[in-house]
Design a protein around this ligand. Structure first.
Ligand SMILES: NC(=O)c1ccc[n+]([C@@H]2O[C@H](COP(=O)([O-])OP(=O)(O)OC[C@H]3O[C@@H](n4cnc5c(N)ncnc54)[C@H](O)[C@@H]3O)[C@@H](O)[C@H]2O)c1
Length: 302
């Protein structure tokens, strides 16, 4: 795809990685953050990632940090927002951005779960707005969910899907704007039952993760649940559901067990204890395992 002028708003964990992917695909990228600590280090972080991955380090030169929002988006064909997960903040930003860009500049949000409709409803030209949900780290996880609202034009959806596919991503079209889109709905359906198993004393947290990692988690990267259902037979799947579904957690709100952990400041890695206790060494080892696994998967794909 020809050079698309991209503006990335938010230079945190996701924003700098998204800028990196587009720059590596040959696009000119401006990046803006209100915090100098994020903006000033964005290029260096991108360069470190490119070096680590053995990618073209010259791509970092296509990324221009800009300390003024209006200047960052002024010439953009495509704006992607990756600031904090806060609805009023995102709404306010898009209303400011809309004043500075052309009516046909595409506006995308990288929100994890907030409906795109709520973020974009105040815009004057809503047909150019949509969601693009990347996964962390953006340069290692292939999926980008492309979420349309009832206002998004088909041309904007098609262009966005092509933009991401040409940049080496695997876009998935989400045709209705539901909270959590596809990936986080599936992920949190699993997490709800994982927490319920611990809450109900069926096993401890370590065992839940062990069962997933050493059984169906092993197959998940090559065998999705619906492929799996077809493989074993929809009739068997139905029989299993008749027995198991009535017993699976279906409470509409968050688990009281999870709420209690948060009340007790058992927040996971950041306080050293969540569902389990975590020493700094254990945290570092797990982070490193995940990164290495994602790198291996990427090398395997290439
Ligand atoms: N971390 C993940 O795994 C992940 C995955 C997918 C999507 N997301 C979503 O991406 C978005 C960003 O997440 P993150 O993990 O990169 O967060 P982060 O905290 O690493 O980065 C957010 C950045 O936004 C900046 N910011 C805050 N207010 C701003 C403003 N008014 N203008 C400009 N910049 C501002 C902050 O200074 C910070 O650098 C969130 O909506 C999040 O839900 C995160």
């Amino acid at each position: 795809m020809a050079n698309t002028r991209i503006a990335v708003i938010g230079a945190g964990l996701m924003g700098h990685g998204i800028a990196q992917v587009f720059a590596l695909a040959g696009h000119d990228v401006t990046i803006y953050d209100q915090a100098a600590s994020s903006l000033d280090t964005a290029k260096a972080r991108i360069l470190t990632n490119l070096k680590d991955l053995g990618e073209d380090e010259g791509a970092a030169q296509r990324v221009t940090p800009v300390a003024d929002l209006a200047r960052a988006v002024r010439d953009a064909d495509y704006v992607i927002e990756a600031v904090l997960e806060d609805l009023p903040l995102k709404q306010k930003l898009f209303s400011e951005i809309e004043k500075c860009v052309r009516p046909d500049t595409i506006l995308a949000s990288n929100t994890s779960v907030i409906p795109i409709t709520s973020i974009m409803e105040g815009l004057k030209y809503r047909e150019r707005a949509l969601g693009t949900h990347w996964w962390n780290p953006p340069y290692l996880v292939p999926l980008v969910e492309v979420i349309e609202t009832k206002w998004t034009s088909p041309q904007v959806v098609d262009f966005t899907i092509k933009l991401h596919a040409d940049a080496g991503k695997q876009p998935a079209h989400v045709k209705k704007d539901v909270p959590g889109f596809i990936g986080n709905r599936l992920q949190h359906a699993l997490w709800r039952e994982a927490i319920a198993l611990v809450e109900n004393g069926i096993c401890d947290a370590e065992t839940v993760d062990k069962v997933i990692k050493s059984a169906f988690g092993r197959r998940l990267a090559v065998l999705g649940p619906l492929e799996n259902a077809d493989m074993v037979g929809t009739d068997l799947t139905l029989a299993i559901h008749k027995t198991v579904l009535p017993d699976i957690d279906n409470r509409p709100g968050p688990s009281p067990y999870l709420e209690k952990l948060v009340r007790e400041k058992k927040l996971g890695f950041k306080t050293g204890e969540g569902f389990r206790k975590w020493s700094p060494e254990q945290q570092a080892a797990l982070r490193s395992d995940v990164l290495q696994h994602l790198k291996n998967a990427r090398a395997h794909d290439a």
